[in-house]
Design a protein around this ligand. Structure first.
Ligand code: ZN
Length: 89
């Protein structure tokens, strides 16, 4: 019998959905904290810290913020370190 079965899995679409879920905030492993933390995009971190994305980038370069990079190359910033920087001023 020629029963054809097609399985199409749209991995890309699923992945985007996962990233966009959970109120747009990602959970990720921060090596510097040594725990699972909320990871923010540079834009999100900027609005949380009331700073410009440019300032966030320079804080990342100065290693005052914990960060990680996604396989896609976007920068994610550890929320703990954002809070530490903003409250420690
Ligand atoms: Zn951290």
């Amino acid at each position: 019998m020629g029963r054809k079965r097609r399985i199409e899995i749209t991995v890309e679409t699923d992945r985007v959905t996962i990233i966009r879920s959970d109120r747009n905030v990602l959970r990720g492993w921060c090596q510097r904290c040594g725990e699972q933390v909320s990871m923010l995009t540079v834009d999100q971190a900027a609005s949380v810290a009331c700073l410009t994305p440019r300032t966030i980038n320079s804080l990342v370069e100065a290693e005052r913020l914990h960060f990680t990079q996604t396989p896609e190359g976007s920068l994610l910033v550890c929320l703990n370190s954002v809070t530490a920087v903003t409250s420690g001023k």
